[in-house]
Structures are given as C-alpha cells and as structure tokens.
Design a protein around this ligand. Structure first.
Ligand SMILES: [Zn+2]
Length: 214
C-alpha cells in the first residue's frame, strides 16, 4: 500500500489535541491505522500536547473508549473475554475499532452506489458511513455544506485533486465541488465522515437526496 494523500498537519494536530468530534476522530483513526508516517507524527504531537488535553473538559466515555481502542492498535491483544464483539459482516478492510460499532443496512443511493451508516454511540455534528461504488462509476457531481473526510479502504478513485487508493485520505470543505471517477476493475469502498448536507446535483441527485440523510 503506497499512501500518497495524508491529512493536513493542522488536522492531525487537532486530532492529537482532542479537538475533533467522534465522527471525525473515527475517520482520522482509520487513516492512522493504515499510515505509519501520520501515526508517528500524531504520537509526537500527543506527547507535546498532553498537558493541554489533561486540562481540557472531561471527555465523554465513548471518546475515551475510542482513544483506548486506538491505543490498542499497536498493543498486545487484550484477553478475549474483555473484547467487544465485532459486528458480523463488517468489512474486513476496516480497522478493528470501527468493526466494533453497530452498522445500519446497506442502502442504494444512486445506480450502482450504496451506503451503509456506522452508528456511533453518541450524537454529533459528523455522520460516518461506508460508501461503495461499482468499478468505472463516475459518482454524482456534488458539493457539501460542511467538512468531509474520506478514507479509501479498497479500490480507488480519481478527481481534480489526484488519484486516491487504499489508505489515502481526502479532505473536502464547502469550497470543493468534484465528481470522482472510480477506477476500473474493482469496486471502491470508502469510509466517509461528513458534516452538514451533501448536495447532489442534477436529476439523479434529486432522486438520491432523500436517501442520503442518515
Ligand atoms: Zn498519513
């Protein structure tokens, strides 16, 4: 796996300082699970910023649970009985800490495009879902009203910002409007963390819009 696209350092710093909401942290931790370079950078930041984090408000149990889950990525496995069960049929491309969340059903949101919500244990401004597209698809032109983080788990796509394959991280905000082209030969599976509404354009967009809300 050759990772070419990483989160910006400001985003990694916000993660290390505990300033991201749970949905965004899931997206960042998914990239970190695949990327030794960003993992090392984030660990260094965490050791510098530890005092800041300790002075902050007490974190919710679920966020703390995610921290501990992430800390286990490199740690020896805990005893089997202490381990939450993974969701059956959760894609094996996902890191283990994501597989332990509950998942909603797959839904078709556009021809040959499906999404599956990941049900986080707390409400927040960021929704997280899996997006799966058939090979060669040109996804709907869309723009969004908030931040969007995309982690490629399998396959790949290309848009104006370059090519994105497994492990790559794509960050979009409301200044971005793009139409990704999925690679030929293999379905593309991504984990997406999104704030705000996805605004699909065009006819299919109008049809898909009611299904995109989680
Ligand atoms: Zn990285």
């Amino acid at each position: 796996m050759t990772i070419e696209h990483h989160p910006e350092e400001a985003t990694l710093a916000a993660y290390a300082a505990g300033r991201l909401d749970l949905g965004q942290r899931v997206a960042l931790a998914t990239h970190l699970a695949a990327c030794p370079r960003c993992r090392e950078w984030t660990r260094a930041m965490e050791s510098v910023g530890g005092a800041f984090v300790e002075d902050g408000p007490p974190s919710a149990m679920a966020e703390d649970a995610l921290d501990r889950a992430f800390a286990r990525l490199d740690a020896p496995a805990p005893p089997p009985l202490a381990r939450p069960r993974e969701t059956p049929e959760a894609p094996r491309e996902l890191p283990g800490f994501v597989r332990r969340y509950a998942f909603g059903p797959w839904r078709t949101v556009a021809p040959r495009v499906q999404m599956r919500p990941i049900l986080l244990p707390e409400d927040g401004p960021t929704r997280v879902f899996l997006l799966k597209s058939a090979p060669n698809m040109r996804l709907l032109q869309h723009e969004h009203s908030g931040l969007e983080m995309t982690c490629v788990l399998q396959g790949g796509f290309r848009h104006e910002g370059g090519h994105f394959g497994p492990g790559d991280f794509d960050f979009g905000d409301d200044s971005v409007s793009h139409q990704p082209q999925v690679d030929p030969g293999e379905a593309c599976l991504c984990l997406v963390a999104m704030q705000g509404d996805l605004r699909w354009k065009g006819f299919w967009g109008a049809l898909a819009r009611p299904f995109v809300r989680l």
